[in-house]
Design a protein. Structure first.
Length: 593
């Protein structure tokens, strides 16, 4: 059962009771180690399986852990009368609330509201309060999520009174509707545990051994759920890698990982540093990069894999030539039965890549986002362009009517065709954005409004190639028509050589034979929003590290215009640079400064 573990993995698995932090570097077999520790508790320590609670972040990971644990027990002939509880944070929280919902003023038939439900509820509240422009449902849904994720108490509310007012009315409406939102599934459990110690003690007795995967990604409320549950027995095992903490925007706080020994003073700390995934060149280059971060647990990642080829750093003239290179290279490597991952920092970057894949007739899979031209904000802008070009287009006009405020719709209906006559597509888009205050509308209605604005900006960038509105719309229509036949909607774990497109955030936990990273430019990776915070810059460096360590055999880092500062941090003897002037060229430093 434990014969395939290396020395450090065995040390972690057999560490005994008490608090344990397993610092698991990229590709070091953390899931195998965590599963083996569960098996150790059952097979060697004779812990009743029902007393074991293992928590992770995704249903897939929880299901995989459960199937592997049960299969290993069956193979070893170990009979069990119960099963360990293997769950996500939120499904575990929901189960707890079913048992103790009365403490939160709900019944067992409560509903769980998703983001759309929450936004609808907040839209009604904002409408009734007649709040100022820019303080719409999208703004409040993020503020309320932050308050709950960070366990902000009412006495600790900072900022405007309006946030407190909306929060209190929103909470009252949830209670009236016998509903919890997604963040409540953790936050409300913690609040109940803090007030009703007898309830907490019941669950502490039920779960004597708690294990947590991806611990670097927990937020404050998740930290306290685990801390309260495990504090009686202190049998808590957490595994993760601070170098792969990339979910700050979801309010995760990797300092919970760094401060584990302060939270659990008698904790053991074991490092898993052997990488089984990547070549030596990739490991050494990515390790040099992440070493520049100041807030981390230092690791010495190593591998017995071959040296491999150097990391390829490729300069392009613009995003179109970059997309052409990436797609061509990906297509050629796919023919060699390689699994290709094309990764990017923001969803907006998928437009040029998707378009090039379609033009070359290459099948691909896009994960985590709808195709660029299917996104709501892009369809709104394109509808305005279509109506501007063809006032008889009732379908486009109907979309504008349904998706814009009435006064803005009337303005566009009456003025847009005349305003757009004989002008470039970019000017029509700019007029639309200003006339209907579209940025303010997105900010008011959606919590991810910055990402949506980036998508619109990418459409504007593309539109700059066209002088004629008709030619631009024809290009979009043809791409959109072919897209449904080229983009395959399959499981991302489907067997066989594929080309997969996704953001770096979605690629975490995955691996590819070859990784091509698009847009390793200053302002994109790191993102310009991170410039004024060292914490955010270090997270961007972790994001780059995650992208690099997804690659098994070959890694291509592509950029155009100003190269990312992270490219200057790579060891020169592990990379090969392709470009008109070297990375060390003085002009680059001037531009960078």
């Amino acid at each position: 059962m434990f014969s395939d573990l290396n020395d450090k993995q065995r040390e972690a698995v057999f560490a005994g009771d008490g608090p344990l932090l397993i610092v698991a570097g990229a590709g070091s077999g953390k899931t195998k180690t965590l599963i083996s520790r569960i098996l150790y508790f059952i097979a060697e320590k004779k812990i009743e399986p029902a007393r074991i609670l293992a928590i992770t972040f995704t249903n897939k990971a929880a299901d995989e852990m459960k199937s592997r644990v049960l299969a290993a027990l069956k193979k070893s002939g170990i009979g069990i009368h119960s099963e360990p509880r293997l769950s996500t944070f939120h499904s575990f929280g929901a189960a707890l609330l079913r048992d103790m919902c009365e403490y939160a003023g709900r019944t067992k038939t409560f509903s769980i509201y998703d983001d759309d439900d929450s936004i609808k509820l907040l839209r009604d509240i904002v409408k009734h309060k007649n709040l100022e422009k820019g303080k719409g449902a999208g703004y409040f849904v993020r503020e309320i999520s932050r308050i709950k994720s960070e366990l902000v108490g009412k006495a600790e509310f900072s900022g405007e009174d309006v946030v407190r007012e909306v929060y209190e009315e929103y909470e009252a409406m949830l209670k009236k509707n016998n509903a919890f939102d997604f963040d409540d599934l953790i936050e409300k459990v913690v609040r109940i545990f803090q007030v009703h110690r007898d309830v907490l003690e019941e669950y502490q007795k039920r779960y004597t051994h708690v294990l947590v995967d991806e611990y670097q990604d927990v937020n404050t409320s998740q930290y306290w759920m685990l801390k309260l549950l495990a504090q009686k027995h202190a049998n808590v095992t957490v595994v993760g890698d601070d170098a792969q903490s990339i979910y700050r925007f979801r309010f995760s706080d990797f300092r919970n990982f760094l401060n584990f020994e302060q939270s659990w003073p008698n904790a053991k700390v074991i490092f898993l540093e052997q990488n089984y995934r990547s070549s030596k060149n990739i490991i050494e280059a990515s390790s040099d990069l992440i070493a520049k971060n100041t807030q981390q647990k230092k690791k010495n990642l190593w591998t017995e894999n071959s040296q491999g080829v150097p990391v390829q750093v490729v300069e392009h003239s613009d995003e179109f030539s970059e997309a052409d290179f990436i797609v061509t290279k990906g297509r050629d490597l796919q023919k060699l039965t390689k699994h290709i991952g094309i990764l990017f920092r923001t969803n907006a970057q998928s437009r040029a890549l998707e378009q090039m894949l379609i033009e070359y007739g290459v099948e691909y899979r896009l994960f985590g986002a709808v195709s660029f031209y299917e996104r709501k904000e892009i369809r709104d802008v394109v509808a305005a362009l279509r109506y501007a070009h063809n006032p008889a287009d009732e379908v486009a006009l109907d979309r504008l009517k349904k998706n814009l405020y009435k006064k803005h719709f009337v303005l566009l209906r009456d003025e847009l065709p005349q305003r757009a006559h004989g002008v470039s597509p970019t000017k029509v888009i700019s007029y639309f954005m200003d006339a209907v205050s579209y940025p303010a509308y997105l900010q008011s209605e959606f919590s991810n409004f910055t990402e949506r604005l980036e998508n619109v900006q990418e459409l504007l960038n593309f539109a700059e190639q066209f002088d004629s509105l008709g030619a631009f719309l024809e290009k979009i229509a043809l791409v959109d028509a072919f897209d449904s036949g080229r983009r395959k909607k399959k499981s991302r774990h489907e067997q066989g050589p594929t080309i997969d497109l996704m953001t770096i955030h979605l690629a975490k936990g995955l691996e590819f034979d070859v990784v091509l990273v698009a847009g390793v430019n200053e302002g994109t990776l790191p993102h310009s929003r991170s410039y004024y915070s060292m914490d955010e810059l270090e997270e961007e460096r972790r994001l780059m590290y995650v992208a690099m360590t997804r690659a098994k055999e070959q890694l291509y880092l592509n950029f155009y215009h100003t190269p990312s500062r992270f490219l200057f941090e790579l060891p020169g003897n592990k990379i090969v640079f392709h470009g008109e002037k070297s990375l060390e060229d003085e002009e680059r430093y001037i531009e960078y400064d």
